[in-house]
Every structure is written in C-alpha cells, then in structure tokens.
Design a protein around this ligand. Structure first.
Ligand SMILES: C[S@@+](CC[C@H](N)C(=O)[O-])C[C@H]1O[C@@H](n2cnc3c(N)ncnc32)[C@H](O)[C@@H]1O
Length: 272
C-alpha cells in the first residue's frame, strides 16, 4: 500500500490540520523525488506563473511525475471551458444537457473533478462525491483557491459556485442521504492494463494510489435507486456494461462509451 506523508515546509498550519484530519504522518522537509520510491507526499507548492497574492497549491508528489493537483481557474479545465465542445459534446449529451435544460448532477466518482467541471461549466449544479480522502483534499484545495482568488473571472466564480464536495463512499451516501438529484454520473477506475499504460500522468498517479474500483455494481444499484431521471456510466469504448444490465441508450466517442440508464424506462420494464 502507498504510504502518504504530509509536508509542512510551506503551509505549516494547513499541513498540521490536514495530517490530523487524514491521520497521516507529518514531516517538515520534502524528500527529493528520487528517494520517494512508492511513497507519496502531500505538500503545497508555488506553481508556474503564480501571482504573488495567490495561495500555493496542494499537490501529491510521487517519484513518477511532478505534483498532481487540481485547478479550476487555469490550465486544462479552463481551456476546455473556453474551447471544449459545449452542449454538443458527447459527455453533455449523455447527461441530457440541451437548450435550457441543465439537470442537477451527482458525480459519484469525482476524481480530479474534470467531468464535474464540464457539467458546471454548462450550467448544472453538481455534487461531487469522492471517497478517497487524499483526492477529496486536492478537490477541496482547488475549490478553496478558486473561491478565494482575488481577481477571478466572474464566469469561473459562478461555475465553481455550482460545485460542492462530499468526501464519502457514493453508494453509502446515496442510500443513506437519498439526495434529490436528476442525474447520477459514474466514471469508475477501470481495471484494464492497456488503459493504464496509456493513461495520463494524473490518472497513473490515481491508479497507483487507489487501484481499480471493484465495487461499481454496488454503486450502480444505489445510483439506479436514487436518480430521478437517469444514470450515466462512462466506460472504455469496448468494455462490457456494468452488471450486464442493458443500458437504454449509449453515446460513443472514439475511446469512450457513455451507457445511459433511463429511470422511467427501467421502471416501466419492471427492472427497478
Ligand atoms: C476514473 S476516476 C474519475 C475521474 C473523473 N471523472 C474526472 O473527470 O476527473 C474514479 C474516481 O472515483 C472514485 N470512486 C470510485 N468509486 C467510488 C465510490 N463508490 N464513491 C466515491 N468515489 C468513488 C475513485 O476514488 C476515483 O477517484
């Protein structure tokens, strides 16, 4: 199992708090990346082109790559916000976004928040549920930095304001809290070596940290009991469906397939 340590050299108060909340050891000096082996470090760092008044980022450092962190203000997510496919992109169509229709979404596998940010960019309110406390800490840091940024673009402020975060197992959360939500979205980590080999840096680190998600059937069950309109499952294009339940529709892009389960149709067929 990967050992995680929190480092306090840049943000001692936040580091002490995080190490207590997560029950992780605290060190004061970051070890050189080469000496990390299978260990990972949660540490704050100054990033490229950072304005002096902006807070440092929380990153997950490993021997394999530079820090993995989440950023809702700049970088890839912001680029996709400006130049992505808008409401016509497969992900948006799968969720049922069209015209003025922007359903409420519970992203049951929030991960790095990429898909959740797309939903929020297109106008949806999104509850992000992430069970890994480490990944949830990275998401919380990204939300806090965005909401505390002094010169944030008002559009981005509005988008980030539509996102909220819950650190919990989504199946338990759905069954215990029974939130009112139109769409439940799932993108579990797929146990496929080919996908792992071609995965991006962030996903490789997540795969090392978390391993594949082996309980997606339980999550799909809970999602089907909760969503008011549909459940959407993101899968690699050729992967089997979860649990062998036939989706009512699917939307394909070159490497990805979105399986769409319509609650109305499944109820009508007596399947749920
Ligand atoms: C492939 S990643 C999701 C990536 C995400 N869609 C994105 O755009 O960044 C899967 C994530 O779902 C989380 N996860 C898997 N099953 C979960 C569950 N039952 N409850 C909460 N989180 C879960 C994992 O911890 C992991 O962070």
């Amino acid at each position: 199992m990967t050992q995680i340590t929190v480092c306090s050299h840049l943000c001692p108060h936040q580091a002490l708090h995080l190490s207590k909340v997560l029950g992780l050891p605290l060190i004061s000096t970051p070890p050189p990346a080469k000496q990390l082996g299978e260990q990972m470090i949660l540490d704050w760092y100054h990033y490229k082109n950072q304005c002096p008044e902006e807070a440092p980022k929380l990153g997950l450092f490993s021997s394999h790559s530079g820090p993995v962190s989440i950023d809702f203000i700049s970088g890839k997510k912001n680029h996709r916000r400006q130049f992505g496919g808008g409401k016509g992109q497969p992900l948006a169509r799968a969720i049922g976004i069209s015209g003025e229709n922007t359903p409420s979404v519970l992203d049951a596998t929030a991960g790095m928040g990429g898909d959740a940010f797309v939903f929020a960019t297109l106008g949806c309110r999104v509850v992000m549920v992430e069970r890994s406390p480490i990944v949830a800490a990275l998401l919380q840091d990204a939300l806090d930095r965005a909401l505390n940024a002094s010169n944030l673009d008002p559009d981005v402020r509005e988008i980030v304001g539509r996102l909220s975060l819950v650190n919990a197992d989504a199946a338990d959360y759905l069954l215990n809290q029974q939130p009112q939500v139109e769409v439940v979205y799932m993108d579990p980590m797929y146990p496929d070596k080919k996908k792992a080999a071609s995965a991006k840096k962030e996903m490789k680190v997540l795969q090392q940290l978390l391993g594949p998600d082996m309980d997606s059937e339980k999550l799909l069950d809970a999602a089907l009991r909760t969503a008011n309109k549909r459940v959407v499952v993101k899968r690699p294009a050729k992967a089997p469906t979860i649990k062998g339940i036939q989706p009512n529709a699917e939307i394909k892009s070159p490497n990805t397939r979105y399986d769409i389960y319509s609650i109305k149709a499944l109820k009508a067929a007596g399947l749920i």
